[in-house]
Ligand binder design. Structure first.
Ligand SMILES: Cc1cc2nc3c(=O)[nH]c(=O)nc-3n(C[C@H](O)[C@H](O)[C@H](O)COP(=O)(O)OP(=O)(O)OC[C@H]3O[C@@H](n4cnc5c(N)ncnc54)[C@H](O)[C@@H]3O)c2cc1C
Length: 384
């Protein structure tokens, strides 16, 4: 089976590894360098505290790989697990937390519902008086996306995959029928399957195969901050869900601070080839202020060390599309800010779709692109 993968980010490389490991003849086409899309701009969060079963299952299957990554791939990905803490200001959010924890527990996630005072045992700086409830799961955490990407790339090569960088795909050939190949840098290559793993470029790559998908590139920003009070390294990644503010400890008391505070529907799409990679100073000031409203570590004396902007590839319901959308054309796109952590499960699912004709690791029947036309949207509430 001859498989061409468009995109050398974490999703494309995980797919390449699992396909090649199972005997497929795999070529990855990456127009820039590996990870040069969203993957190298991610902060590496890995969590099972999602609000829908399919996202929780993608997390659990992925965590099984992240857990053993060093033993399996020989790369230490700096995986730390101080947990994630979600905090609610609104009663409605607190009620949703109750349902989510019950669902997560049913699926085997050790998350717990906490009152705000209990939450300060995990995050001592949390302004408990601002919140009505919280959830915490001790197995959530984060890893280094760059190291994870290198691990998958190396393993994919060792399994026989060919990886071509600086090789942009400009056409996908299917003439209304099954995929027959693609054109990259002016040369035609035959393929039985083409996998779209193009992250924020996914809509453009799908259009090359005459497939329309609602995946929108949206700009998101992060700061590295020297807080007023150091953030201990065992503090969880803390999300003030009703404001969108979040932070997590870095090394030596520093913190990563982020958040999206605008209205999603009113936000214009970014150009993945030409968006502004520097942070907006107004946004940075608001991010620090909101982090300070959430926890006592941050205040006006906090210092910004650096920051960056990257793109989320967002679908209308914040769930990915994982399916064979047209004969021989597989989409693994639209991860809406969760594509780093869900890459190990996704890579296995892509291999199943291509080699077995159906996915079995996780029931992805709800992740087809027709849901948008049918109006059968899922709802992921826990989006940061
Ligand atoms: C600020 C920020 C923080 C984030 N934090 C997290 C987090 O904590 N946890 C998490 O799970 N996720 C996080 N994400 C999201 C995560 O980065 C993405 O979901 C993930 O990297 C997507 O990987 P990908 O391989 O699908 O896409 P990408 O890494 O974008 O890779 C797609 C690749 O396709 C290539 N490409 C595009 N078009 C073509 C073409 N025509 N021909 C050849 N190659 C092409 C691009 O050059 C690119 O390298 C974050 C994102 C941002 C921006």
């Amino acid at each position: 089976m001859n498989v061409a993968i468009v995109g050398g980010g974490i999703v494309g490389l995980a797919s390449a590894y699992y396909l090649a490991e199972r005997g497929a003849d795999v070529t990855v086409y990456e127009k820039g360098s590996l990870g040069s899309g969203s993957t190298e701009r991610s902060v590496g969060g890995i969590r099972a505290q999602f609000s829908t079963p399919v996202n929780v299952e993608l997390s659990l299957e992925s965590m099984a790989v992240w857990d053993d990554f060093e033993a399996e791939f020989g790369v230490d990905i700096a995986y730390r697990r101080p947990g994630y803490l979600f905090a609610a200001r609104e009663e409605a959010t607190a009620r949703a937390f109750e349902e989510q924890v019950a669902m997560q527990n049913d699926l085997g996630v050790p998350s717990v519902l906490l009152d705000p005072e209990e939450a300060t045992e995990h995050c001592p700086g949390l302004r408990a008086e601002e919140f009505v409830a919280a959830t915490y799961s001790p197995t959530d955490g984060f890893a280094d996306p760059h190291l994870a990407l290198q691990g998958f790339a190396q393993a994919a090569r060792e399994a026989g995959a060919e990886i071509r960088t600086k090789t942009g795909v400009t056409e996908i050939h299917r003439d209304g029928g099954p995929v027959t190949g693609l054109t990259a840098e002016g040369r035609r290559h035959d393929a039985d399957f083409v996998v779209n793993a193009a992250g924020p470029w996914a809509r453009r790559v799908a259009a090359m195969a005459d497939v329309e998908i609602p995946v929108a590139p949206k700009r998101r920003q992060m700061l590295v901050v020297e807080p007023e009070t150091p953030v201990p390294e065992d503090v969880p990644l803390t999300i003030d869900l009703d404001t969108g503010s979040h932070f997590r400890p870095e090394r030596e008391g520093a913190a990563l601070v982020g958040g999206y505070f605008g209205s999603e529907s009113g936000e214009s799409d970014a150009d993945p080839d030409g968006f502004d990679r520097k942070i907006d100073l107004d946004w940075a000031a608001e991010a620090i202020e909101r982090a300070g409203d959430c926890a006592t570590y941050f205040g006006p004396e906090s210092e910004i060390r650096r920051g960056w902007a990257g793109l989320y590839a967002v679908t209308p319901d914040h769930h990915p599309i994982v399916e064979e959308t047209a004969p021989g054309f597989v989409n693994a796109v639209g991860f809406s800010g969760h594509g780093f952590q869900h890459a190990p499960a996704t890579g296995q699912l892509v291999a199943e779709l291509v080699l077995d004709g159906a996915a079995s690791l996780v029931d992805v029947s709800a992740l087809g692109s027709e849901r948008f036309e049918r109006g059968e949207l899922l709802e992921e509430r826990n989006v940061a």
